[in-house]
Design a binder for this molecule. Structure first.
Ligand SMILES: Cc1cc2nc3c(=O)[nH]c(=O)nc-3n(C[C@H](O)[C@H](O)[C@H](O)COP(=O)(O)OP(=O)(O)OC[C@H]3O[C@@H](n4cnc5c(N)ncnc54)[C@H](O)[C@@H]3O)c2cc1C
Length: 537
C-alpha cells in the first residue's frame, strides 16, 4: 500500500488533519487501532448487560470546535452532524438546597449570581467582560502554530503574531486588554483568584466547579489553573453544545467527509512502527506486518509514544527523549456510566429546584477549602476523593436516540484521582476501582435517591481503564497536562511546538500539541496547515 500521507490514529484531530490534507489533493489514509474511530470522542455500547444503550466513551461537551471554521469548511452537517444547545448550560446544586444555574447569556448568569451576592454579581460582570477580551486574544493564537514568547512580548508583538495568524478580528480586543492583570490571572491558581475576587461561597464554588469539571484537567488549587477563568468565558460565545447521536457523530461525519475527498479510513489497524530511512519518514508498519509507504506521516498519538516507542529507539537524540520522558502527564478524573429503566428524580434540600432536567449538574463541595482538601486527600490516600466532584448528565433527556424507548443513560465525570493513578491501578486494580465505584455511587444517590432501583447496568472507567481502552497516557484526557510550561509555544516542548519533528516528513497532531486537548479539531487543523505550507516550500 502507498499513500501521500498516512495518519496514525483516528482521533478527531487525526481525522481533521486528514480531511484538510485530502481536500488539498493528497492521497490520505487514516489507521486507527481500535474497531471504533474517535479515540476520546466516541459513542459506544460500553455496558455489556445493556445492549442498545449508547454512552459517550470520552468527551460530551463540544465547545472549542464551535470557534473554528472546521464544521463549515468540511460541510459536516451534510454528513449528519447536528448540534443541540443546552440551557441552562449547567446547574450547580449545593448541600443547602440552593442551585446556581449558568446560562449561555452572561447577563442572565449575572442575575443568578445576584441572588447570592450583589457585590459578586457586579464583580463577575466586570471580570467576565475583561476575561472575554483576554479569551479573544488567546483564541486568536489557537488556529495557527504558536508564536515564540519573544515574538509575543509587548502589544506590537501581539499585533504581529495576530497578523501572522491572520485572525485580525481579535486586534481591537488585543489592544485594550489589561496585560498586567491577564498575566497574573494566568499564573495563579483558580481558587486563589476566586478567593480574592468573590465573597459568597456558592459563587466561588460554582465557578471553581466549571473551571475544574468542564475546562481543565488539573486541580483549581494548582498554579496556572487561573487560565481557566479566562477560558471559561468562551461559553458565553458558544453556549453549551452537544451533537445529537452523541460525540461519535462528529467523528462519523469527519470520516464520511474524508471519504468524500477520496481519503481512506482503516479501523482495527494498529500502527506498530513509524518507518524512517535516511532521516526521512518512509511510512508505517502495521501490527499485522503490512507495510504502508508514505512520504508524510502525521501522528495523532501523543508525542512521547510517537517519538520514543513508534519510531525505532535511537532515531531521535537522547536529549529529546529525555525531555519527552519528563513531560508532566498526570491523571485527573474518571467516568461512571449507567443504563437506567427510567429517569431518576433529583432531590434537593429545603425545596430547592433545578431549572431543567437536560442541563448538566455539577456536584461540587460547599467550600473552596473543601475542594482543595479533596484534591490533596486523593493524593495522600491514593484513592478517589472521599466526596468526589461530579459532572452528571442524562443525555437521553435531550437525545432519546441513545437508548431504547423511554430508557435513559447516565454519564458522569468524577474527580479527583491521584496524580499517578494508573500506577496504583497496575498494583491494585480491583481495590481502587471498587472503592471509586462506591464513592461515586454513594454521592449520586444523595442527589438521585431512586438511582439504585433504576440501574440496568453500570460501570466506572478509572484513569487506568481509559489508558487501556483509548491509549491515552495515564488516562490524561489532554495527552499531557495543560500546565503553563506545557502550553502554547511550550506544547509539548518548544522543539516540537510547530507540529514538525526532527524526522523529515513526520508531523505531530492531537491533544498534546498546540493549542491542546478538548474537542476543538484545532491541533489537526494547524498540523495540516503546517504540512501544506511545507509542501508549497
Ligand atoms: C472521559 C473523557 C471525557 C472528556 N470530556 C471532554 C468534554 O466533555 N469536552 C471536551 O472538549 N473534551 C473532553 N475530553 C477531552 C477530549 O475528548 C480529548 O482531548 C480529545 O478528544 C483528544 O482528541 P485527539 O484526536 O487529539 O486524540 P485521541 O482522541 O486520544 O485519539 C488518538 C487516537 O489514536 C489511536 N492510536 C493510538 N496509538 C495508535 C497506534 N499505534 N496505531 C493506530 N492508532 C493508534 C487511539 O486509539 C485514538 O483513537 C474528554 C476526554 C475523556 C477521555
Amino acid at each position: 500500500m502507498s499513500y501521500d500521507c498516512v495518519v496514525v490514529g483516528g482521533g478527531h484531530n487525526g481525522l481533521v488533519a486528514a480531511n484538510y490534507l485530502a481536500r488539498a489533493g493528497l492521497r490520505v489514509a487514516v489507521f486507527e487501532r481500535r474497531g471504533v474511530l474517535g479515540g476520546c470522542c466516541t459513542t459506544e455500547e460500553l455496558l455489556p448487560y445493556a445492549p442498545g444503550f449508547k454512552v459517550n466513551g470520552g468527551a460530551i461537551d463540544h465547545i472549542l470546535i464551535q470557534r473554528t471554521p472546521i464544521i463549515r469548511d468540511l460541510g459536516l452537517e451534510r454528513f449528519g452532524l447536528k448540534y443541540v444547545s443546552l440551557e441552562p448550560m449547567f446547574e450547580v446544586p449545593f448541600g443547602d438546597g440552593r442551585v446556581l444555574p449558568f446560562y449561555g447569556s452572561l447577563e442572565k448568569t449575572v442575575d443568578e449570581f445576584a441572588k447570592f451576592s450583589h457585590r459578586d454579581a457586579q464583580n463577575y460582570m466586570r471580570l467576565a467582560k475583561e476575561w472575554l477580551k483576554q479569551e479573544s486574544l488567546l483564541e486568536a493564537l489557537m488556529l495557527d502554530a504558536p508564536p515564540k514568547i519573544s515574538e509575543l512580548l509587548g502589544v506590537k508583538g501581539i499585533g504581529r503574531a495576530l497578523f501572522r495568524s491572520s485572525t485580525l478580528s481579535a486586534l481591537p480586543d488585543a489592544v485594550s486588554v489589561d496585560f498586567n492583570t491577564m498575566v497574573r490571572t494566568i499564573v495563579i491558581s483558580a481558587n486563589q483568584l476566586l478567593n480574592e475576587e468573590f465573597e459568597d461561597e456558592h459563587v466561588k464554588v460554582g465557578l471553581s466547579a466549571i473551571f475544574s469539571l468542564i475546562f481543565s484537567t488539573m486541580s483549581p488549587s494548582l498554579p496556572s489553573s487561573g487560565l481557566m477563568a479566562i477560558m471559561h468565558t468562551m461559553l458565553y460565545k458558544t453556549g453549551l453544545k452537544r451533537p445529537l447521536g452523541g460525540s461519535g457523530r462528529l467523528v462519523e461525519a469527519l470520516a464520511a467527509s474524508l471519504k468524500s475527498y477520496g481519503g481512506e479510513v482503516y479501523s482495527g489497524a494498529e500502527v506498530r512502527k513509524i518507518l524512517v530511512e535516511g532521516g526521512s519518514v518512509a511510512g508505517v508498519e502495521l501490527a499485522d506486518g503490512r507495510r504502508v509507504e508514505a512520504k508524510i506521516v502525521v501522528s495523532n498519538v501523543d508525542a512521547q509514544r510517537t517519538l520514543t516507542k513508534l519510531v525505532e529507539p535511537g532515531t531521535i537524540s537522547d536529549d529529546l527523549q529525555r525531555k519527552l520522558r519528563s513531560l508532566r502527564i498526570t491523571s485527573y478524573g474518571m467516568t461512571f456510566h449507567a443504563a437506567l429503566h427510567t429517569l431518576p428524580e433529583m432531590s434537593l434540600l429545603n425545596g430547592g429546584r433545578i431549572q431543567s432536567p437536560t442541563s448538566g449538574k455539577l456536584i461540587a463541595l460547599d467550600t473552596l477549602e473543601n475542594i482543595e482538601k479533596a484534591y490533596h486527600q486523593a493524593n495522600s490516600t491514593r484513592t478517589l476523593s472521599a466526596e468526589p466532584l461530579l459532572a452528571v448528565n442524562f443525555p437521553t433527556t435531550y437525545d432519546p436516540s441513545l437508548a431504547p424507548m423511554d430508557k435513559h443513560v447516565l454519564y458522569c465525570w468524577a474527580q479527583f484521582v491521584p496524580d499517578d493513578s494508573p500506577m496504583i491501578w497496575e498494583k491494585d486494580y480491583h481495590t481502587f476501582r471498587e472503592d471509586a465505584y462506591r464513592k461515586i455511587f454513594e454521592r449520586l444517590t444523595k442527589y438521585w435517591p431512586s438511582l439504585q432501583d433504576l440501574i440496568i447496568d453500570s460501570t466506572v472507567e478509572t484513569p487506568g481503564d481509559l489508558e487501556q481502552r483509548i491509549w491515552i497516557p495515564r488516562g490524561n484526557t489532554q495527552h499531557i497536562d495543560p500546565t503553563l510550561e506545557q502550553m502554547y509555544y511550550y506544547r509539548p516542548i518548544p522543539e516540537l511546538s510547530h507540529y514538525r519533528t526532527p524526522i523529515r516528513g513526520l508531523y505531530l497532531t492531537g491533544a498534546g500539541t498546540h493549542p491542546g486537548g478538548g474537542i476543538s479539531g484545532m491541533p489537526g487543523y494547524n498540523a495540516a496547515k503546517t504540512i501544506l505550507k511545507d509542501l508549497r516550500g
